[in-house]
Structures are given as C-alpha cells and as structure tokens.
Write a protein that binds this ligand. Sequence first.
Ligand code: FES
Length: 606
Amino acid sequence: MAYIIEFEPIGIRLICDDPLTISEAARQAGVSIRSVCGGKASCGKCLVRVMEGHLDPPAEAEQKHLTLAQISAGWRLACRTIIAANTCVYIPANSLTESQVIQIEGLETTAVPDPAVRLLALLVDPPSLSDQTGDLERVANALCQAHALEGVWGGLPALRALRSVLREADWQIEVALRGTEIIAAYPLGQHRPVGMAVDVGTTKLACYLVDLESGRTLAAKGVMNPQIAFGEDVMSRLETVLVEPENADRLQAEVVSSINEVAEELCAAQRLAPDHILDYCLVGNTAMHHLLAKLPARPLAVSPFVPALSDVLYIEADRLGLNAAPGARAYLPAPLAGFVGSDHLAFLLAAGFDEGDRIRLGIDIGTNTEIALQVGSRIISCSTASGPAFEGAHIHHGMRAAPGAIERVKIAEDGEIQCDVIGGVPAIGICGSGILDALAEMYRARIINERGRFQLNAPGVERANDDSLIFYLSKGVNGYRDVMLSQHDVDQVMLAKGAIRAGIEILLNQAGVAPADIEEIVIAGAFGTYLDPCNAVRIGLIPGVPVERIRAVGNAAGAGARLLLSSLEYRRRAQSLAKRIEYVELTIVPGFNKFFAKGVRFPTAA
Ligand code: FES
C-alpha cells in the first residue's frame, strides 16, 4: 500500500509503494543525506530522527553509533533504517550534504548605542587585615569613586562570579552592569560587551551576535527551528502541547538548545565564550514567545486566542536555559495579539512605521501573514491564516528554499518553460517564489483562468493517472523526479493569496484608504526578498501599485531585534508603538467572506 515519507526541515514529501531505507527514499526525493561510508553503517554521518511512524529496533551495526537515549528519541542511521509506512523524518543540518537557504540579512538600521548592559573597567583596592570590606561593597565603592555610580548591588550568580574573578584578575576587572546591578565580572581587557538578538520564527531561527557598544553585528547565523519536527505551523505546535502538555518542555528545550549551539559558534568565531553574552533580545510570534517563556500556550489555540500578557518580559537567561553571563536577562518585547507577535512589532520598528505620516503597508508573509497599515499616526494591523502554501507545504512538489528548489519560472511565448533552480542543480521541487512566479506566468499564458482553473486545451496541461489536470514545470531526467503543479496545488495558493489580500483590503477599508493612495508596500521575510513584485501584483497578492513603491526588507524582525538589543531608546519606542497599534480581528469583520472571495480571484485586468 502506498505511504508517504515526509522530510523535515526541508518540507519535501515522497509517495512510496515499497519498503525503502531512509537514505534511498531521500535520494528519490532529491534530498542528499551524507554517506561517507557508502551505507556500510560505519561512518555514522547519516544520522536522522524519526519523529512519527513505526520503527523496528536498530540492528547491531546501528547500535554502535547510537546511545540508548538517542534510540528512544527516534535517532537512526538513514542508510540502515527501512521504512514501510507513513513516516516523518527530521534530517539535522550535519547530516545534509547541502544546507537550506536561511535568510538573516535585513534592514541595516543602526541605533545610537544605548544598551541595557554596559561594561566598565575597574581597579579595585585589594582587601587586607585592616580593610575587611566585603567584595561586593569593595567593588561598589570603586564604582562610586571611578564612575560616580551610587547604589550598586549584585545578585547571587553575579556575586559568585565576582568573588573568583577579583582574585584571578588581581583586582583589575571589568564589571558588567545593568543599571546599578552587577551581572558579571571579567578580568580587565579580555572582553567586549556582546549580546544576542534572535528572531525565533516558526520555521527558522535567525541569530545575531551584536557588539553592544557599537551596535554592530559581529556575526550571524540562521538555522532551522528544530520544533519543526513537532509540526510545520503554529497551530500544529500548539496542538502538540494540547495533546501532551509535557511536550511544551520538549519544544522549549529544543529551541533553546539550538540557540545555545549557534551562540557558542558565533562567540567562538569572536574568541568569546557564551558566558560573555550580557543580554538577549528574543522576538517571535506569540506562540513561539509563550513556548520559549514557558507560559501556558493552550489559550492561544482556543477562541478568543488572547496572549498571557501584552507587555514586555524580562526573564533571567538561565531560567530559560540560555547560556549567558551569570546575571544576564532575556528581553522579550510585547506580543501584540494572539496571532500578531513581537516579531511583527520588531519589523514595524525597524521599518520606521512609528515615524512619518505616510500611507504605508507592511506585510510579513508566512503561515500566518501579519499585515499593518500606517495612515499618518494611525497604525492598524491584522493577522490572516494564509497557510503554508507559499512555504511549499501542501503542494505536491513544494519544498522550502533549498538546493533543488525552483525559485523562478518564465513561460516564453512559444510555451517553453524556463526554471531557475537554487544551487544550479536538477529541480526536485518548487519553493514559494517559484510557486508565485509559476501562477503568474500560467495566468498570463492563459493556462489557468482568473479563478485559477486549468484550461484543458492550454499547452502543457495534461491529465494525470487519477484524471486530474496537471502542468509540468520540469521533466525529470537521469532519475530526478518531475516537478509539476496540480489543480489542487493552484487551489491552495489561491486560498493563501485570498486570505492575504482580504486582510489588506479590510485594513484599507477600515482606514478609508484606496489602494492607489498607498505610498509604499514594505514586504518582510525571505519570501518577500525573492518574490517578483510584478508577479505579486499580477496575481493580486498585493494591490496594484507601481512596482517602485514595493520594497523588500529581508529579515526585518531580526533587524528590529538587534535595534532593541542595543538601544534602550528603541525599547521605549517599541513600547509606545505596541500601545498605538490597533489590532483588527478579521474573523469578526462584517463582509469578511466577500473580501476573501474577491481576494482569491486573479485581477481581471492582468
Ligand atoms: S552512510 Fe555511513 S553510517 Fe550510514
């Protein structure tokens, strides 16, 4: 009987009939898992984790590479594990021969550095039998004399560190202070003040190591959010927690462990250790925020979907499990609503939506698409459930942006199809920007009509074995698979587009603004960077403004997180912006269905 193997975090699926090893299934799906020993079970480089599906106990050859804890958590050697039923397999980055495209670049807005934590050099008088002042008071006195600081204090973790550093460094130290609180101490001259800004996305984590004194990003890295193995979108993560409440701890631990791993790597590149990290700023959608902060997330899954708080949170980094300086805290900006998180706030802040008096639209397209409209000093925002179609999920040959994904499509006048594939390798699937291009080109070439229906006699449209209509974008050669779009795929994208456009039109309607009055459309996220703005207009994803008014800003949430990390002024601005944003709950807007139905169709003037 046919069964499906799903490969995460790539998001590609393979329908199989016969039992296969995971390595072979991955190969057929076009995913390259490392195979240093050629499948002899001797190198241990093809390690994968089976998240869902039945597994036989590992054979002896496999057991040599796996601990008991790994085996019980589903880790296996891909070359030795045979699959014969529906299975979800997570492939860690180390086991892939090529990695995914993860966008970390974004707006390069810099703030005048005004960090929450600063580092001060200090020469402290050593104690003696005639001067038995305690360490903390001794440092406080030195800070008062050298830097005119009064009321200095320190918590227990910082005090412990201070006690040993003072003696190791011969009383010549650097003290990390948050306000008047000592949070860490280091030997003089061995440190620069750094912090970590992280955009905790549902799919990806974008991590930045920032010099707090200059606000400069020293190093950055994007990795997949390991929670993806528990479900692709926010709702499935929340359901995981609803079904088994203890999964909340697992989800939290997974994401923190990834952040720690990246932090260690970024610090090492700067010859620093993770305990040099003085501050964290973490932004994310409200579900990511709650799971990270260990806040009960269940109410986010049920109406009226309210967050636990609409204010900032400061949490001791070690209580979250984050590796950092002894007294470091994590700053989590305010979530705006159950489905509009602090990542959206960070995006709007970085893009300057709290300044000026223009008419601007800000869109961050994802499984949930957040939209904000600025009309002078008024900002209204909403979230729309656009689904994962633009991330390649629920599309037959959809996948995330990774080598082998079609990212650009052109259909020439003679019907010839030209596809650009990430990595210049044979196509194995299609990612969001390719899907958008394909639809726009298919509409332009009248392969689909304004309702997205395939035109039976259009060139390239074929009947599949099950009698449904399909359109091949690329025919596989040399064992590579075909990549096609089906009517079902097109329908999924039309629904996603309809949801986004309905959100935009409702905001415009509520503000009494005509689409032609929009002075700028700012699109955040990787999808926004790679999409063709003309095609986005052509399919009606966004209003038909001149293309020069459309600006892609990359990972703007990450840019906002960096500003918030290095500037207290930006934290104040974020607080005031959060209070100003009016949230519109789309599902209770009268006429929502009409907006949605209109948004699903392609513009007829195209
Ligand atoms: S390929 Fe070497 S152990 Fe699987």
